[in-house]
Design a protein around this ligand. Structure first.
Ligand code: AHR
Length: 815
């Protein structure tokens, strides 16, 4: 029996009103086609143009490479090959656009305005037409209207008809006729009202008579948007239901960019949408930035969210062969950050206030937080952070500034430190105490990005694992004052990162189980956090896997590999290569492709090898190996593949979870590699080994592993445990909210004791089910909470928390 004591009379601190917020980044085509409901893909016609500062890696433009050697998929501007395959997109030189008796050509000279890189020149034969296939088709609905406009010009007056049709073009749902005039570009508008439902419609432009026109920009957006402010209604409603306290925007890695040209600038996110430059982002698609700075501020106002702007601090993404911008470029970016704050905060009669007023919002929006960079770190970051912080804090003392790392540990002023966690369900359940010992005099903590991304992501189990972690945070909300799940949205036809809180296609949307857990937590907030004491069992996650060896330099020799006394061979090579001669293995780097070979880190990658031993993943196993030691060696323990969308991932370095034992620099250490850091499984011990052959042994158990060299024990690694239940409680005038997460596979009885009287009847909301259950377009609320009325509450009563569940008990105080 688990015991939970709720001490309502011991108020620990007020709840942090800002605790549950949102993080929006344009990833998985969540801007254009998503929250910003543009229905036409490639509305600027620029998608196939090589992004600034990149070169094509091959003649077919499948990949691009930055000047620093970072490479990504391009596919003529269509993005990831999976998207092309999944959507059965036939090749076209102008992505999303096709012609029938019409020749399409990009014109890079006669463009709409200086921000546009191309226009579409169309030569129609008699009866010719062009069509746009949208983002996996266009979804039109019965009785709905769509706002259409295009900027066009022609040498001769040209009559065209714009239609919404079915896929064959035979059924016409709406149409509008225009005479395209001669001279400069002119905007043509229409409202297209449809009387039919079709999730796979097309936009067609017909030229009944032979003619030649140029299109400078084109758009089609549902007339019905949230508050009439241009954003997709069902998606904003899903956000509103989370009762979010703030929104972090616009990223994420896209703020950093993969090169100087692709980093996000405030100046590119304002003004009329047809005057905003497009941006090929590092998630492999071109965005038109329709969801820009003003639109985001407006959304924050509409949902009463505080605003957290993230600015680039003078460097590109450090995980993608970074470019460190020079002093002048840094100064320009700092000025952009100042301009952005001015736009949001300055009165209407100032320079930026006037620009905002012209966009329809004379009153300042305000600004609450500014994050300096995203996931940046190290001395280069500290230099830039200090410069930004000093200047911005001096000008805007009322804004709280967010650092990407614990800059206070390097002696820099830090209001808020941002920590990111991407891991397994077990990791989150095992780390409910993550913040218990943080310095209360230190900066506030922002858990700016977190999600289960490995080991059953997107499932109920993932949601409950995260909920355990969040309840741990609730008990530390005197210091952790902001959290946000990441990423927020996914267009299911263009998924690049999985999972995401809300999935959508052109017609519908649903929240993954984590969404429902967050909705429960976000909408059940009292005023004060009270003391809770939990007495429950500690558990180990079932863990099993293979042993392996990792080397960072070529030429690591080893022999006589035995698992449980049986000779074991190499089962998987995850990095590099291994040769064998006379029973002795030797590691070597693998030759790299042309692009990889020219990357700055090619040398390091060249030497790296990771191989696993044997084919029988075990929990209680012994591995023996004799290996040549020459300064450093790493063995991997419990190597196992991950489940991704319930499919087992291939054996590849980025899909395999493991623990590590490393001997280097005179010390032995056992660790769990984690996102951006590693967690020690025991204190390091000093260990000096002579160069030469040594016998290494690892003995594994469910709760850890022992390592020894030449028969001498060195260390015992202890794997983390998770509590059967995690709880938190908060109160207001007459309510006690008790939140219980159960991460075990069985129902847990919880004896709840209170220090006050409560009414017998109470309400409870429960999220539970099959641990591996997910939601989908076909079953959008397969995993969703149920509400029940219960009786039997009192000073001492028992609540049974179902297996793998999150429970919110709403008790009525009688005192
Ligand atoms: O949320 C997806 C990405 O994860 C973000 O862009 C980045 O900040 C993190 O690495």
């Amino acid at each position: 029996m688990n015991r939970l004591s709720v001490k309502t009379k011991e108020v620990r601190f007020p709840v942090a009103k800002t605790l549950y917020g949102l993080f929006f980044e344009d990833i998985n085509r969540s801007g254009d086609s998503g929250l910003y409901p543009e229905m036409l893909r490639n509305r600027t016609f620029e998608d196939s143009l090589l992004p600034a500062g990149t070169q094509a890696v091959d003649d077919t433009h499948t990949s691009i490479s930055s000047s620093k050697g970072w490479g990504g998929a391009f596919n003529h501007g269509e993005g990831l090959s999976d998207w092309i395959k999944g959507n059965k997109t036939p090749y076209t030189p102008v992505p999303a656009w096709y012609g029938d008796k019409a020749v399409l050509e990009l014109d890079e000279a006669d463009v709409l305005n200086p921000k546009r890189r191309a226009a579409l020149k169309v030569d129609f034969e008699d009866g010719g037409s062009i069509r746009n296939i949208g983002y996996a088709g266009l979804s039109v609905k019965t009785g709905a209207s769509y706002t259409f406009y295009m900027f066009a010009k022609s040498c001769e007056p040209a009559d065209v008809v714009v239609k919404l049709t079915d896929v064959s073009g035979d059924a016409v749902y709406a149409q509008a006729a225009f005479r395209i005039r001669t001279g400069g570009y002119v905007r043509y508008d229409a409202v297209l009202a449809t009387g039919a439902e079709d999730p796979d419609a097309r936009l067609v432009i017909e030229g009944p008579k032979s003619c030649s026109i140029r299109l400078g920009f084109i758009s089609l957006i549902p007339a019905d948007t949230y508050n009439g402010h241009g954003l997709r209604r069902d998606l904003v409603e899903k956000l509103a239901a989370l009762k979010p306290a703030f929104m972090r925007f616009p990223g994420g890695c896209i703020v950093e960019g993969f090169n100087k040209e692709s980093l996000l600038r405030f100046s590119n996110l304002i003004g009329p949408v047809w005057e905003r430059p497009t941006n090929w982002n590092l998630w492999a698609y071109n965005t038109t930035n329709g969801l820009g700075y003003h639109e985001w501020l407006q959304l924050c106002e509409d949902l009463d969210m505080k605003k957290m702007w993230v600015c680039n601090c003078g460097m590109t993404c450090q995980a993608r062969n970074p470019d460190f911008l020079d002093e002048k470029e840094q100064a320009d970016l700092l000025q952009e950050a100042i301009d952005a704050i001015e736009y949001a905060t300055a009165p209407a009669d100032t320079k930026w206030g006037q620009v905002r007023a012209a966009a329809g919002h004379p009153e300042p929006f305000g600004m609450d937080y500014v994050e300096i960079g995203n996931e940046n770190y190290g001395p280069e970051y500290n230099l830039r952070y200090a410069k930004y912080y000093d200047e911005l804090k001096r000008r805007y003392p009322g804004i709280q500034f967010v650092a990407n790392t614990h800059t206070e540990r390097d002696g820099l002023p830090t209001d808020i430190a941002d920590e990111h966690f991407y891991n397994t369900p077990a990791f989150f359940a095992e780390n409910t105490h993550q913040f218990d010992l943080y310095d209360r005099k230190g900066p506030q903590i922002f858990v700016g990005e977190y999600a289960v991304v490995a080991g059953q992501p997107g499932t109920l189990k993932a949601a409950v694992g995260e909920a355990m972690f969040l309840l741990g945070i609730e008990k530390n909300q005197d210091i952790v004052t902001l959290t946000a799940y990441a990423p927020l949205f996914e267009n299911v036809d263009f998924c690049n990162w999985y999972p995401n809180l809300i999935a959508f296609d052109n017609s519908a949307s649903y929240g993954i189980p984590s969404y429902h857990a967050l909705q429960l937590l976000g909408s059940n907030r009292g005023s004060n956090v009270v003391r809770t004491e939990v007495d429950c069992a500690s558990n180990h996650t079932e863990v099993s896997g293979l042993f392996g060896i990792q080397t960072h330099v070529p030429g690591q020799r080893f022999k006589d590999v035995r698992v449980d006394g049986q000779s074991a061979g190499i089962s998987h090579i995850l990095l590099g290569d291994v040769t064998e001669a006379d029973g002795v293995y030797n590691t070597m780097g693998k030759p790299m492709s042309g692009r990889m070979a020219s990357a700055p880190n090619a040398k390091t990658l060249m030497g790296r090898t990771w191989a696993t031993f044997g084919n029988a993943p075990g929990t209680d196993s012994v591995m023996d190996v004799t290996a040549w030691f020459d300064g450093g060696i790493t063995f991997t323990v419990f190597c196992r593949q991950q489940l991704h969308k319930n499919r087992v991932e291939a054996w590849a370095a980025n899909n395999v979870r493991r623990f590590e034992w490393t001997i280097q620099d005179g010390a032995s250490r056992v660790v769990l590699p984690r996102f951006m850091e590693e967690a020690r499984l025991a204190p390091d011990v000093g260990l000096k080994l002579e160069t030469g052959w040594h016998d290494f042994r690892i003995v594994t158990r469910i709760d850890g592993f022992d390592v020894s060299v030449d028969g001498t024990p060195v260390q015992t690694a202890r794997l983390a445990t998770f509590p059967s239940i995690e709880c938190s409680a908060d109160t207001d005038a007459d309510r006690i909210l008790v939140k219980i997460a159960n991460f075990t596979q069985q129902a847990e009885e919880v004896a709840i004791s209170l220090d006050c009287e409560v009414a017998d009847g109470y309400a409870v909301e429960i999220l539970t089910g099959d641990p591996l259950a997910e939601n989908s377009m076909d079953h959008p609320v397969n995993v969703s909470p149920v509400s029940e009325k219960r009786t039997g509450a009192g000073r001492l009563f028992t609540y049974i928390a179902p297996a793998m569940s999150l429970n919110i008990l709403k008790l009525q105080g009688n005192s």
